[in-house]
Design a protein around this ligand. Structure first.
Ligand code: BG6
Length: 489
């Protein structure tokens, strides 16, 4: 259906995500000529706005990412003429019916597909799905709905959400985003593993000592502490972003690159994991800190955060996969807000070289002389392998060096934002990078008992100063498994 139209309806059009990510991503796709010829973007939200005002709002969110090209501004104008606004309540059938009419008018009798992007809080999610699916899906092509976390707070609420969604949608209409799956280096994980001979044979307990998944941000939750307080860092980052990375890292070779084959393997890994207990985690919360004359607030200084909140803004956890490939290998996760830097990376520490041929040339710290593969997801994307090398010269001294694939040096093309890839895939019906409901269940099964225990026992998070490297407890946790966090040098 080359002549088909696609209507992209951004429900929650004046929200943060829409402005920061969705509109810029749609524009970037348009700029790269990746959108179908007949596409229309609709902003849907409660506030009243004319199309012109909406276009103005959208235009402020667009940047000419590839500003070397001269026609960017022209392209922006073309893009904006495809943008329309529709104001309505999220639970109003009537207003979705009116939206439907508007879309029909623009579709002009063509074969019509509809993609709803629900960029709204979970409490109004289902109402919007009900209205959209019942009143605004009269296109004669597909209707798909993109939803984004939080998918509940635990197994039960997530299952309830899935159940309600399935009253109105088939599983294959639901596109659950975990935007980390749209990141270039996360997608590359499978390429690295399965298209190179040299990694896969080493990819098991036999050669890998431990795997670390590290996420840090150098800013706190200022501005959205109220939202965050209901979830905390474990639900915000670990249960989804880091766990998805882990699943791709650890899964068995899929039968093919089909979405179902890949997701089948991911589910298997998740289901082989040992549910977490209190013993396996350390939680932290940031406190105010003054540095260089600047003062940084504590998490609880945010007016929207309840006084005395115990919500973790940092967590470290040790996870285990009880299958034959990974038995006994610690997978350590660490995620935190208000730390000293912003980074996401995967670190694979290999075992020691057996025998001691070069041990005396390596110095005393043999632990550090093992090979380490680092996949830096962001910023400044890179994949590097730490190896031992002879320092040139007449002596025999070994030195830790890097085989370094540094993206900025190797590739001149800019890396697309995760949302660009995910939107493109949703339009194309490619489900590989979206979360299937059984994956979601398995992820919650793993974390729910721990989350409940933390809350029931009112476990107090360890304090760490804003801008620091996080609570010391994270080191003790790692040390219990003979692990040293690779990001700390
Ligand atoms: C979101 C979290 O899913 O990911 C945020 O809710 C976090 O708390 C964000 O800041 C990080 O995404 P990125 O792409 O900036 O690393």
């Amino acid at each position: 259906e080359n002549d088909a139209t696609v209507s992209i309806i951004v429900v929650g059009a004046s929200g943060d995500l829409a402005k920061k990510k969705i509109f810029p991503a749609l524009f970037a796709l348009f700029y790269e000529d990746c959108l179908p010829e007949h596409f229309t973007v609709y902003g849907y939200a409660r506030s009243k706005m004319t199309d012109a005002e909406f276009r103005n709002m959208v235009s402020e969110t667009l940047t000419c990412r590839i500003d070397k090209r001269v026609n960017c501004v022209e392209k922006m104008d073309q893009f904006l003429t495809r943008c329309f606004y529709h104001s309505g309540q999220y639970d109003s059938m009537q207003s979705f019916v009116e939206l439907d009419k508007k879309m029909k008018h623009h579709e002009d009798g063509r074969f019509s597909n509809r993609l709803f992007y629900l960029s709204i809080p979970p409490n109004i999610f289902i109402d919007a799905v009900r209205c959209a699916s019942m009143s605004a899906s009269s296109g004669n092509g597909w209707t798909r709905v993109i939803v984004e976390k939080p998918f509940g707070r635990d197994s039960e609420s997530s299952a309830a959400l899935t159940k309600s969604l399935k009253l109105y949608l088939e599983e294959d209409q639901i596109f659950r985003i975990d935007h980390y799956l749209g990141k270039e280096l996360v997608e590359n994980l499978s390429v690295l593993r399965f298209s190179n001979l040299i990694f896969e044979p080493l990819w098991s307990r036999q050669y890998i000592r431990n795997v670390q998944m590290i996420f840090s941000e150098d800013f706190g939750t200022e501005g959205h502490g109220g939202y965050f307080d209901n979830y905390g860092i474990i639900r915000d980052i670990m249960q989804n972003h880091l766990l998805q990375i882990l699943a791709l890292f650890a899964m068995e070779t899929p039968v093919s690159l089909d979405a179902e084959d890949i997701r089948n393997e991911k589910v298997k890994v998740l289901r082989s994991m040992r549910p977490l207990t209190l013993d396996d985690v350390v939680i932290g919360q940031y406190k105010s800190h003054t540095k260089g004359g600047m003062s940084f607030p504590a998490y609880t200084d945010d007016k929207t955060v309840p006084k005395g909140s115990l919500t973790p803004t940092f967590a470290a956890a040790a996870l285990f996969i009880d299958n034959s490939r990974w038995d006994g290998v610690p997978f350590l996760m660490k995620a935190g807000k208000a730390l000293h830097n912003k980074k996401a990376e995967i670190r694979v520490q290999f075992r020691h070289v057996p025998g001691n041929l070069y041990n005396r040339n390596l110095g005393t710290d043999l632990d550090r002389a093992t090979n380490e593969l680092v996949i830096r997801v962001q910023p400044d994307e890179a994949i590097y392998l730490k190896i031992n090398n002879k320092v040139p010269g007449l002596g025999m001294r070994l030195d830790r060096s890097k085989l370094n694939l540094h993206y900025a040096a190797r590739y001149s093309k800019e890396i697309p934002d995760a949302y660009e890839r995910l939107l493109l895939d949703a339009i194309g019906g490619e489900r590989r990078l979206f979360i299937r409901s059984d994956e979601l269940d398995a992820a919650w099964t793993l974390f729910t008992p721990l989350l409940k225990e933390l809350e029931e026992k009112k476990i107090t998070p360890e304090c760490y100063p804003y801008g620091s490297r996080g609570p010391v407890g994270a080191h003790y946790l790692a040390a219990r498994y003979n692990v040293r966090w690779g990001d700390l040098g």
